[in-house]
Design a protein around this ligand. Structure first.
Ligand code: 5GP
Length: 181
């Protein structure tokens, strides 16, 4: 790619590769929930909103969409491990089939916190879906649907940001270490 932004080291995943993997995940979910009346997809803001919108439009089973927002990183690339709920769901999920839709699992703190928090609300079932997971040790939180494993670098694009920049790139790229280091 000739016009790569100077903050970016390289492109890791092209738009085509991302879209075809999302189609595969959608087929997997359709198979697993073929008998369910409805599924609730819960997107974690802000990073998962682009993935959730593509996944939702690809899914050919009845489903609804809701959002939740947590805070752990602030505007930096360094997590202090504490997760706070800053925006809750619009509707109760008791007796619903729920899939948490995350953009990327790094330490696993966010997904573990949300899994625990939503489990308390007694959904009929609770699964997790993340488009990316870093190739490093993360918390022992179950990931039921995984798009891609990525190296342990800061990535941006396709919903993922660095201090609210690069979020709308159609591909996923590695941010140069000197930008966030
Ligand atoms: P965890 O709690 O698993 O450490 O981190 C999960 C959250 O941190 C993700 O939802 C995402 O918002 C953010 N995050 C972790 N790694 C990256 C990354 O490489 N790039 C971006 N943009 N966000 C990340």
């Amino acid at each position: 790619m000739t016009d790569l932004h100077p903050d970016l080291a390289r492109v890791l995943l092209s738009p085509d590769v991302i879209q075809s993997r999302i189609k595969e995940i959608a087929r997997q979910i359709e198979g697993d929930y073929a008998d369910a009346e409805c599924v609730v997809l819960i997107g974690i803001l802000k990073g998962a909103f682009i993935f959730l919108s593509d996944l939702s439009r690809e899914l050919k089973i009845p489903h609804t969409v809701d959002f939740i927002s947590v805070s752990s990183y602030g505007d930096s690339a360094v997590s202090n491990g504490a997760v706070r709920l800053i925006l809750d769901l619009r509707k109760p999920i008791k007796n619903e089939h729920v899939i948490i839709v995350e953009d990327i699992v790094d330490t696993g703190n966010t997904l573990e916190y949300l899994y625990r928090t939503l489990k308390w609300r007694n959904p009929a079932s609770l699964r997790t879906c993340t488009l990316f997971q870093k190739e490093r040790e993360s918390k022992d939180v179950p990931v039921d649907y995984l798009g891609f494993e990525l190296p342990d670098v800061w990535v941006v694009g396709y919903g993922l940001d660095y201090a609210d920049t690069h979020r709308t790139l159609p591909y996923v790229a590695e941010l140069k270490a000197e930008v966030y280091g």
